[in-house]
Design a protein around this ligand. Structure first.
Ligand SMILES: [Zn+2]
Length: 218
């Protein structure tokens, strides 16, 4: 099966996602923003109008080939990385912020390959060796990166990245979203809906400094 079951039919996600079927379901802090436009496009059949000149949004999501973004040209910057984590993309982020973007849609998804890194580790090493990498270098590289990129649970991984990004980019409006690969509907993670907007930097959501380290090599 190429596409997974709907998230509503999968016990791993049931009750952990809040649907958005009408504009009133969209969290207040995202209303009248490019994030609302994205949600309306995916969930309410209202395509995003093409804009000219001013990028509106940054969308960060997984490399996942089963998800195509519903955006016209001239609308959004897009960073796609394994699991949607932006570690190592800070230079790109600086450029995008310099262009005036103030909103980030951080989109996780079900059935993510980054929950299956362990079973893919050996073929990934073999793929690099086939590209001419020395076997020990390929193995060291994949082993070192696997821990950083793998996650046990997509919704927990999304939360972790949301909190990390809030610490690094304090003025950016960040919307953690979760897309159902089966029909591309967007959901709000339950953990976000349950947050008190005034208490989002609570110690409960703190991230250790080690998790803020990027891939920068000086
Ligand atoms: Zn993924």
């Amino acid at each position: 099966m190429v596409l997974p079951a709907n998230v509503g039919d999968d016990p791993r996600y049931t009750d952990r996602l809040v649907p958005m079927t009408c504009p009133e379901d969209i969290p207040l802090e995202w209303r009248n923003s490019p994030i609302e436009a994205l949600i309306r496009s995916e969930n309410m059949g209202q395509p995003i109008a093409e804009t000219v000149g001013q990028p509106q949004l940054l969308i960060a999501t997984c490399i996942e080939f089963r998800y195509a973004l519903p955006i016209p040209r001239m609308y959004a910057y897009v960073i796609r990385r394994a699991s949607g984590r932006l570690v190592g993309s800070e230079f790109s982020m600086a450029y995008i912020l310099a262009k005036g973007v103030q909103h980030l849609a951080l989109i996780g998804h079900n059935d993510c390959g980054m929950t299956k890194v362990a079973e893919n580790r050996v073929p990934m090493i073999a793929a690099l060796i086939a590209q001419g990498w020395a076997p020990d270098r390929a193995e060291d590289f994949i082993n070192a990166q696997a821990a950083r990129h793998s996650m046990a649970d997509e919704l927990d991984g999304l939360k972790r990245e949301y909190i990390r990004l809030r610490r690094i980019f304090k003025k950016l409006v960040i919307a953690p979203l979760f897309v159902d690969l089966a029909d591309t509907r967007l959901f709000v993670p339950r953990w976000y809906a349950d947050l008190d907007p005034t208490q989002q930097d609570d110690a409960e959501f703190s991230v250790s400094d080690i998790d803020l380290i990027t891939d920068i090599v000086l």
